[in-house]
Design a binder for this molecule. Structure first.
Ligand code: ATP
Length: 475
């Protein structure tokens, strides 16, 4: 018997929604959203209603999910409600659990996740990310909690609120040249359906099943709307540039303020000297994306012209966690995050990544030389050389050296014994614990990877703050 709901939730004031859905319970909330489990009145289908309180986040999620709607490893957007001056409500397929619950559950069992299972989980994640990257969509917030899992073991990428479509103009950062619309479509896998108000996905034509007239109409409508979207996206990019907005996470080096320092548990461990002249960056993206533990080093160093490769770094961290059942780099602050990475991979120098010194914060954050980096091998004890190799090909400094999803999908690891288990044989936990271990707030529960004492390895450092903000200098 379902519990009666408090009627105070704002979603109950939306007549167009309660006319079609019975809201059953609130299942969670994120930085910008509340998510409810609901029943579609017409056919009893259980769905997730995601009420998104941020315009940009809603726009990005809808746009990305529409483009990816044929991918079996991306959550399905059934329809959405969005009227002026109201929050968008996305109607998504409901998935009861996620990969962080799988990992948590495996910790309780002897032997963790079996190799055949690891391979199937990885393949599903790779398929989902591959679909994104083929469409030039960078997810920017890949983590186990955003990889939802159905009761029958199908894994689906979710939470596209930070996703961006890397059209050429946005990709180049300061390149304002107009790219012909046709050219943009040229490198996309397929033409996505038009972005229309309040569509029902089931009434939208399916890619590949359209008759010709429909296809032409869709294409024309798409081209028209793409121009509109590009204009809107350009406006968002401008807003990003002006404020270097934190679009999803609160602690970020590149946008640091004195108050960030105040919140930092390690504030007595470093000093930061703000660059003179303020922020003069002109790129189109913000560096402040993704949950810290999975955030690529180029983002931590303030890059704003990064690419799809930031997702590949996150993938490496996720694979490592699937293999060891512990997060690879559980930083408690952005500085600690970088420190942990450097402690394992060694110092970031031009030798390992030519041009890294051009990263916006490269010169303001320097670490003492790490003579004997821990190495990824040591972080993955008892794992096979092939498994270690996969993580190493993703968790590497130079984004250009990171293996693409396509390369990994063709890796021999997935064709060798033990073969990936069928999806139906995957162990799916019965419950999803609401406590999100991926969040940096979960640090206190984590006891496997050392803590503040890691900073002992970095040598002496001084503490200073300045009136204009802070910068960090390990010496
Ligand atoms: N389709 C779904 N089915 C079931 N639960 C979902 C679904 N989508 C989201 N949730 C749950 O709702 C909660 C919030 O969702 P989500 O992470 O997408 O919101 P968000 O505001 O974008 O989050 P974040 O703060 O991580 O960026 C999470 O616990 C998530 O697992």
């Amino acid at each position: 018997m379902e519990q009666p709901l408090p009627k105070s939730w704002s979603i109950h004031t939306r007549p167009e929604i309660i006319a079609k859905y019975q809201i059953l319970e609130r299942v969670g909330s994120g930085a910008y959203s509340d998510v409810y489990r609901a029943r579609r009145l017409s056919d009893d289908l259980i769905v997730a209603l995601k009420e998104v309180h941020d315009y940009q986040s809603a726009f990005r999620e809808i746009e990305a999910l529409q483009m990816l709607r044929n991918c079996p490893n991306v959550v399905v957007l059934h329809e959405y409600f969005w009227r002026e001056d109201e929050d968008a409500v996305l109607v998504l397929e409901f998935l009861r659990t996620d990969l962080s619950a799988v990992i948590r559950d495996a910790k309780k069992k002897e032997g963790g996740v079996r190799v055949g299972e690891v391979k199937r989980w990885m393949l599903q994640i790779l398929c989902g990310v591959d679909a994104c990257h083929r469409n030039m969509i960078v997810h920017r917030d890949l983590k186990p909690g955003n990889l939802l899992v159905s009761d029958d073991g199908v894994l689906k990428l979710a939470d596209f609120g930070q996703a961006r479509i890397l059209m050429e103009s946005g990709f180049d950062g300061d390149n304002n040249q107009q790219v012909p619309v046709e050219q943009n479509i040229g490198y996309q896998e397929y033409v996505p359906p038009p972005l229309v108000t309040v569509p029902d996905a089931q009434s939208l034509p399916n890619q590949g099943c359209n008759n010709q007239a429909e296809e032409v109409a869709n294409r024309e409508e798409y081209l028209r709307q793409l121009v509109e979207l590009k204009a809107k996206r350009h406006a968002m990019d401008e807003a990003d540039k002006e404020t270097n907005t934190n679009d999803g996470y609160s602690s970020c080096l590149a946008t640091g303020t004195i108050s960030d320092i105040d919140d930092d548990p390690l504030k007595s461990s470093y000093s930061y000297e703000a660059e003179e002249g303020g922020d003069d960056r002109t790129g189109a993206l913000t560096s402040c994306v993704g949950t810290r533990w999975f955030r690529a080093p180029e983002l931590l160093y303030g890059s704003i012209d990064y690419g799809l490769e930031v997702d590949l770094w996150s993938l490496g961290c996720i694979f490592s966690e699937l293999l060891t059942l512990e997060p690879l780099f559980p930083g408690v602050s952005d500085i600690d995050q970088l420190g942990r990475i450097i402690n394992v991979l060694g110092n970031l120098t031009e030798e390992v990544w030519p041009s890294c010194s051009k990263l916006p914060d490269y010169r303001t954050i320097s670490f003492a030389k790490i003579e004997n980096p821990v190495s990824l091998e040591a972080c993955l004890p008892n794992r096979s050389p092939d498994e270690i190799s996969i993580v190493k090909r993703l968790v590497c400094y130079n984004p250009a050296n990171r293996a693409t999803t396509m390369e990994l999908l063709n890796d021999k690891y997935f064709n060798e014994e033990p073969l990936p288990l069928p999806v139906s044989e995957l162990h799916v936990p019965l419950t999803k614990n609401d406590h999100d271990e991926d969040s940096p707030g979960g640090w206190n529960d984590y006891d496997g990877m050392g803590s503040d004492s890691d900073f002992d390895d970095f040598g002496p450092f001084n503490v200073k703050t300045t009136s204009s903000g802070f910068s960090i200098q390990f010496s």
